[in-house]
Design a protein around this ligand. Sequence first.
Ligand code: 13P
Ligand code: SF4
Length: 315
Amino acid sequence: MEQATTDIFEEIERLKKEKNAIILAHYYQEGDIQDVADYIGDSLGLSQQAAKTEADMIVFAGVHFMAETAKILCPEKKVVLPDLEAGCSLADSCSPVEFKKFKEAHPDHLVISYINCSAEIKALTDIVCTSSNAVQIVNSLPPEQAIIFAPDKNLGKYINKLTGRDMLLWNGSCIVHEIFSSKKITQLQHEHPDAVLIAHPECEEVVLDMADFIGSTSALLNYVVKSDKKEFIVSTEPGILHEMSKRAPNKILIPAPPDNSCACNNCPYMKLNTLEKLLSCMKNETPEITMEESLRKQAEKSILRMLDLSKQLGL
Ligand code: 13P
Ligand code: SF4
């Protein structure tokens, strides 16, 4: 490890103690950030950790909607994000004004929103979900209950297929997951006939139909760790390979190829955060996530319903 990186690590550790801060990081963050984090996880795990932390400051190494969720759950705590521009294409694909009209056009529908959305959308939502609990949450509702699902159409389609429902889907998607090439994956499968294809449910239907296992980032990680198979083609953002290769050092992990000329498929938003920006935001306690209390309160209800349901469902 380079001297400069060692120094940054030491300084971050010092600031954690001095400021009673906790670093929560998503699996798509760069490896160094994951290594310095107190907790790494998927969206559900991160929100559960945020809800129960006793730290004074939450340093959220992830994207804006994740840090915003932490702020909604912990209004009295300072929540900082290394780069405020770290957004999410999926969250951006659902404008509150348009979504409100959509909801008003279907007044008998319950609204379930994927956590990858803004606080304004959460405020218009009955129950939030993540890719870890979406199927179970939908299944916990009476079969005759009409549902709007937003904003990810790929995850929505996948849940409809699995549950036999006909949820009304918002037309949003993730720029990272919709770009995987089924053609190039098929080619890879020919070159690696024993490889298991695992995919995140934000991928397009054509990729999900090919997959041997579908799950959230945590579920994909646990699957690889527990599987007795050796080789895996991983169809999600490649940041997950950092923890996967640590926890399953003897497995061969092959990132699924995107349908463009670039060899990788990094989330451009997640990768805006760097170790240097993380250090700077801990030092300066900025950029900070703030929001109006009325919006926070309204958005909190749908997140708390998710957390309660997840507890009941043992997730
Ligand atoms: P997970 O909740 O599965 O970690 O997914 C978050 C995300 O943004 C995937 O693109
Ligand atoms: Fe959003 Fe996609 Fe990036 Fe996840 S991978 S944060 S859904 S843009």
